[in-house]
Ligand binder design. Sequence first.
Ligand code: AMP
Ligand code: GLY
Length: 417
Amino acid sequence: MKILVIGNGGRESAIANTIRRFHEDATIYVAPGNGGTDEKYINVPIKVEALEELANFAQKESIDLTVVGPEVPLVMGIVDVFQERGLKIFGPNKECAQFEGSKHFTKQFLMRNNIPTARYASFTRDAVEECVAESKNFSLPVVVKADGLAAGKGVLICETYEAAEEGIRDIFSGKFGEAGEMIVLEEFLTGIEASLLCFVDGDTIVPMETARDYKRALDGDEGLNTGGMGGFSPNPIITSEVKKNIETQILEPIIKGFKKENLQFKGVLFIGLMIEGSEPKVLEFNVRFGDPETQSVLPRLQTDLVQIMNACIEGNLNTTPITWDERQSVTLVLASQGYPESSHKGDIITGLDTLEEETILCHAGTKRINNTVQTDGGRVLAITRLADSLEVARKEVYEEVKKIQFDGMQFRTDIAK
Ligand code: AMP
Ligand code: GLY
C-alpha cells in the first residue's frame, strides 16, 4: 500500500507514525515533510499549495490514499482536484472546507441549525463604520475576527472599544489580504476550552477522544497566541454530562444540518469548544486534524487509521468500530528561539537518540543536514508519553525533555499540571 501525507508539521508526523503502526510494509510519502519524516519515510519536495503537482505525483506513483494535514490546501480545493482525477483522498471538499476558510460561513451554519455559539455580527470591508458602531453594542471584551485564514493571527480579544476600533481598521486595511475582507464580531465567551476532533463520512459523525491544547506561549497562559505549545488527552472537562450535551446540542444538529444543506462533509471536523458548567458552545470549526491535539490523540487510537479514513470516504463509518487506549497522553512542544514572533533555523538538535523507546517523538520544524538534525521552524519537536495517569505521563515527558538540547530551545513547564 502507498500512502501520501501532505504537510510538514508535528501533526503530519503523528499521522504517518499512526499509519506505520498498523501497516509495517506500507510505503509512506510525506510532502514536503520534515527532518523526522525524511529519516523514517520518503520526503517529496512538493509544497502543500502545489495542488496539480501533488496530484501528478499521486497519479504517477499510484498512491492508494492521500491524507491532507493542513487547512490551506483543503480551502484551496485539493480534494476536488484529486477527485476529478479519480484519486482517493481523505479530507473535505472545497465547499465544506469553508467551515475553516470563513468564520462567517460557519456562524451562519451554526445559527441556521440552532447550535450553541457566541452571538455575532459580520461586516464586509465597505461597511467599516457600521462595524465600528456595532462593536459598541457588545460587552467588553469584544472579540474581533478576520473572516478568512490568518494563520492563527486573525483573532483579537479587545478589552476596550478603542482597541476594537483599531483592530477593525487594521484588519480592513488589508493586512491579512483576502482573509480580512470580512470581519466577524463576537460576544466573549467564558469557560474552559476543549478540542473535539471527529471523523465524518457525510452521514455519520464519530468523535475521537477529547483533548486540550495550550495556545499561549508562556506558562500560566501568558504571552502570545501560538499554534499550540502542548496538550493532553482525554480532557477531563468533558464529563459524561457534557458529552451528552455535546452529542444532542452540537453533533446531532451538525449532521442534520449537513444533510439538509446538502453538504457532503467527509474527513475530520475539529470542533473548538468553550465549556461553561456543563454547557458547551462552539468557538470554531476546523476541517482537519489539530496540531498538537493529533500528537496526543492518535497514539491512543487502537483501530487502523487507514481503515477509518477509507470508511469516511466510502460512507461506512457507522459500521466501523473504533477503540481507544484507556491510558492518558501528554504532549510537550519544543519551540525554537523567537517563537511565535519569529523562528530560528539551523540550530543543531542533540539527544534525540537517547530517548526511551516508549517516548513518541514527532518532528515538526526540523531538517536533516549531513547527519545532523537542525531546527527549521517555530515549533520544532513534540514529545508524547502514554501512562495510566496524567501525572505519570507528565512526569515522564518532562524527564525525557531533559535529554534534548538545541540553542534557544523553549517549552512550557506547566503542560497538564
Ligand atoms: P478561533 O480561531 O476562532 O478559535 O479563535 C482562537 C482562540 O481565540 C480560541 O481558541 C479562543 O481561545 C479565543 N476565542 C475565539 N473566540 C472567542 C470568543 N467568542 N470568546 C472567548 N474566546 C474566544
Ligand atoms: N491546535 C489548534 C489547531 O490545530 O488549530
